[in-house]
Design a protein around this ligand. Structure first.
Ligand SMILES: [Zn+2]
Length: 50
């Protein structure tokens, strides 16, 4: 009798990093930049840059 093993939990490791066009920092793709708040050429987060 074989049991089915679940091996779907090892997938979301190490998301791809891309460079933010605004501040140039490495940001995971599909995530807004945490330092400047930009995502795909528009600002989606309100970041205070004082
Ligand atoms: Zn940025």
């Amino acid at each position: 009798m074989k049991k089915r093993l679940r091996r779907a939990s090892k997938r979301w490791s190490a998301p791809k990093l891309k460079t933010c066009p605004e501040c140039g920092s490495a940001v995971p793709s599909h995530i807004a930049c945490p330092s400047c708040g930009y995502y795909r050429d528009r600002q989606v987060l309100s970041v205070d840059t004082f």
